[in-house]
Ligand binder design. Sequence first.
Ligand SMILES: [Fe+2]
Ligand SMILES: [Fe+2]
Length: 235
Amino acid sequence: MKLAAVADVHFKQENQEENVRQFAAVNHMADLLVLAGDLTNHGRVEEMEACLAVLAHVEIPMVAVLGNHDHESGQQDTLAGMARVAGVNVLDGTCYEHDGVGFAGTKGFCGGFAPYELLPFGEGGIKNFVEIAEREAIKLDYGLAQLHTPRKVAITHYAPVLETVVGEPEPIFPFLGSSRLGRVIEQHRPALALHGHAHHGSFATKSATGVPIHNVALPILKKRQETHPFVIFEI
Ligand SMILES: [Fe+2]
Ligand SMILES: [Fe+2]
C-alpha cells in the first residue's frame, strides 16, 4: 500500500486554491491519506470547513487524528463530527482498516520523554496532567489492540519519541510528546508510526525495537523540499 501522510497543515481559507491543486494530486499517488493532526489553526468551525473543502477533492480514503490546535476553541467534537460526515476517518482511540492495513490513532499528549518524563507526584494539578497523558497512551493501546491486520500503522499528533522532536528548542521537548505513547508503540510493533506537532523537529527515526517513526509535520516536509504537501510511504 502507498500511504500519503502529512500533519500540521493548519488549513487556511487564503490558501484554498493552491491546497486544492496540491491535495488533488494525492489521488494518483497514494492509496490512502493520513492527516496527523492540526488540521486547523484555532479549531474554528470555519477553518474546518476550509479544510474539508480541500479534502473534498481527495478521492482516496482518509484517516486523521486531531491536534492541539483543533482543540483551541473547545469545538473539537464538532470538528471531528464534521470531518467524519465528510468521509474522513477521525481516530480517537479507535481504528480503521483498509486493504489489509490497520490504522490506530489518538491525539496523544505531552509530558516528556524517559527518563525525564513528568510523573504523577505531588499536586493534584500535576497528577491530572499526567493522567491525561496516560489516558491518551491507553487509547492508542486500545486502538492497536483492536487490529488483527498483519500490518499496522500508529498515528498520533504528539511525538512518541524524543528523536523526532530534535531540532526544536530543547526546553520545549517535554511539551512536544510523551514516552508513554512510545512504549505503546514498542509493545505493538506497528509497521510504521506517524506523528506531527514538532514543526521544527526531525523527519525520521527508529524505535529501540526497529519501528520506523516519522514526523510528517508540513514544515519539515517543506524543508525536505517534498514536491507535494505530503510524503509517500510504502508499507
Ligand atoms: Fe501544528
Ligand atoms: Fe500541534
